[in-house]
Design a protein around this ligand. Sequence first.
Ligand SMILES: [Zn+2]
Length: 145
Amino acid sequence: MSPDHESLLRLTFEIAHSATAHGNMPFGALLAGPGGEILLEEENGYFPDLDATAHAECLLATRASKLYREPFLAQCTLYSSAEPCAMCAGAIYWKAMTGDHPDNPTMDLPCRDVFSAGQKSIEVIGPLIETEAEAVHRDAWQPTV
Ligand SMILES: [Zn+2]
């Protein structure tokens, strides 16, 4: 049975909400196994260590690489509440919702472009249910005074 991409993506939105509840930026990611079973979840982890590279996707990729070997990971899917940034896309090697907000100056490099520069073929599914994905950020990015 093929994984239900939209349901798994919606779970990343819940993870993103949890990140916000923990005082972090509203980003979440999960790793699903070949049958869509959830293996790992990660929230944005900027706080408490002020780690600007603690994006949910990077944290997830790090944990996944420690727990699973590449042949298995090649059968898995990483779901992210927002398109992975260039750093995360590069780290997992495997846009514009926040725009130019000073707290999240997004690098506008689509993950497809990062993946296409690699030597492995990485499928990008989506964008999907963008309105719901955008709603996760609706109140998080207020103009700074
Ligand atoms: Zn990132």
